[in-house]
Design a protein around this ligand. Structure first.
Ligand SMILES: Nc1ncnc2c1ncn2[C@@H]1O[C@H](COP(=O)(O)OP(=O)(O)O)[C@@H](O)[C@H]1O
Ligand SMILES: O=C(CO)[C@@H](O)[C@H](O)COP(=O)(O)O
Length: 476
């Protein structure tokens, strides 16, 4: 038991695109007793790749920052960025850097795979999602086409979170939430789809076992981390599924997450199957579903535009007619993998602050367009949007979401909801409780409430008009 804690300690890990965050939490009260943070690097240009070994070193560094508390945990869980392809050789070493969720070089493979299985509706009915370039199945097909030697050397395929879980426990284990972002786990059967695996020449033996919700992955066997040998390790999950746990989310509560990716999602009792591909039909980590839409260009894109303009990220100004679609990395929602950023409507009196505001508007617009498709019809139309992720700390982000959504907004005080969700999963495993109920008991969703404002229809219309008019340019 930790020095200032009432209950046993658990750790939650968020291995996300830009960094690893660790929290050590009192399993009874949810009080965070220690935290750590270590950055990752992602290769630039069109390649979005990271060395999985770097995630492991960052995990060690972030845990060391937690001091003695990390050495006292009874259980832990790792959540991570979704979809990334971690290809391991027979000795468990990466054959090449991991290809991340936001690498869109796999766009041709995505198109080909959609056709080969009978079209977008066939994929949505079977898998729950239409596999865009972000999905692991498209990345694996890209690897086979472009680096056949690396594909031939691959004995095991892992997602980022289950790569780390495997190094912790020695077990190849994943969970239904993260598995649902691969494209080879079918939501209709809740199992790996051998027909799809045959299509891409991947043996099911190369994949991790999918643990049932509430099942352990194993115990800590790694000796090079400051963790107790033998501590319980939960199955972990994808970062968005972990945040849903961390908020103790119930159906009908919409979430908007502002990080490297922008995501909008809600828990649902109904299995999603959107043939347009806008909504990914993910599973959640518990036994329900997590319909979700994701953009590639969110906080990093807006920060980049602020840097280009030489302005602080909060130095926005209202007014003017500028429209900015900040698709710097290509885009996923809408599905425009070859797109680049588009600026329209400049006048002599347009200010730099207005251009920056237009970048926020463009990033938020793409997410809000998908919101109605993500929420169940029976959900209350005025339910507050839970705003999370690094961007939720920013006033410009929050006010843009309020102005363009017309909804009340709630910003939870707890900031690391992915790591907290992982900690709740670990606590649930340790105490035999349902993890979202643990998070509700911890009161993680408490925070500042902001009233609804009138929706800025003029800006939304300008953005929609520019998207339509610019389609030729945006298709690349
Ligand atoms: N005070 C702040 N105001 C606005 N944005 C912030 C603030 N602090 C961090 N951010 C943004 O948060 C982002 C990182 O968010 P995070 O959710 O941790 O990302 P990821 O999970 O993708 O690694 C950064 O790109 C940065 O733009
Ligand atoms: O691809 C998705 C969701 O489908 C992303 O949300 C990734 O899971 C990366 O998340 P962040 O690192 O931006 O938190």
């Amino acid at each position: 038991m930790g020095a200032q804690s009432a209950g046993p300690l658990v750790a939650g890990v968020d291995s996300s695109t830009q960094s690893t965050k660790t929290l050590v939490v009192d399993a009874e009260t949810g009080v965070v007793v220690a935290r750590g943070h270590a950055p990752h690097t992602v290769s630039g240009g069109e390649r979005k790749e990271s060395d999985p070994g770097q995630w492991w070193r960052a995990l060690g560094e972030a845990l060391r920052q937690c001091g003695d508390a990390a050495r006292q945990v009874s259980a832990l869980s790792v959540a991570g960025q979704q979809h990334g392809l971690v290809a391991l050789d027979a000795a468990g070493e990466p054959v090449r850097p991991a290809i991340l969720w936001n690498d869109v070089r796999s766009a041709p493979q995505s198109e080909r795979l959609i056709g080969e299985l009978g079209g977008a509706k066939a994929w949505a009915d079977r898998v729950g999602s239409v596999p865009g370039p972000s999905f692991t199945v498209a990345k694996w097909a890209w690897l086979r086409a472009n680096e056949p030697d690396a594909a031939a050397a691959t004995a095991a395929v892992r997602l980022p979170h289950d790569y780390l879980t495997q190094r912790l426990t020695g077990q190849g284990v994943t969970d239904r939430g993260d598995a649902s972002g691969t494209g080879w786990w079918a939501s209709a059967t809740e199992a790996y789809d051998t027909g799809i695996l045959d299509l891409v020449g991947l043996s099911p033996d190369a994949l991790p076992r999918v643990a049932a919700p509430g099942e352990a992955a194993g115990t800590v066997h790694a000796r090079d981390l400051p963790l107790p040998h033998g501590a319980l390790v939960a199955a972990g999950t994808g970062d968005n599924m972990a945040a849903a746990l961390g908020l103790g989310l119930r159906p009908g509560q919409p979430v908007l997450s502002l990080g490297t990716s922008g995501t909008v999602y809600a828990v649902s009792a109904h299995r999603p199957a959107d043939p347009t591909g806008t909504v990914a039909g993910f599973a959640d980590a518990r036994g329900d579903w997590l319909p979700l839409a994701c953009t590639l260009n969110c906080t990093l894109a807006v920060d980049r535009i602020a840097a280009l303009l030489g302005r602080d990220r909060e130095a926005v100004e209202p007014g003017g007619g500028a429209v900015l679609l900040p698709f710097l990395d290509g885009e996923r929602t809408p599905n425009l993998p070859a797109a680049s950023g588009l600026l329209h409507g400049l006048r002599h009196d347009t200010t730099a602050g207005q251009v920056l505001q237009a970048a926020y508007d463009g990033a938020v617009f793409a997410l809000l367009r998908a919101l109605d498709q993500v929420i169940d019809e029976e959900a209350a139309p005025d339910a507050p949007l839970l705003l999370i992720g690094g961007g939720a700390k920013g006033v410009a982000w929050r006010e843009t979401v309020r102005r363009l959504s017309g909804r009340p907004v709630l910003v939870p005080q707890a900031q690391e909801l992915v790591a907290l969700g992982a900690a709740a999963q670990a606590a649930g495993l340790l105490l035999g409780e349902e993890p979202a109920a643990v998070a509700r008991r911890w009161g993680t969703a408490r925070g500042a409430s902001y009233e609804a404002r009138e929706r800025d229809e003029a800006v939304l219309e300008r953005l929609a008009g520019t998207l339509t008019a610019g389609e030729g340019l945006l298709r690349g």
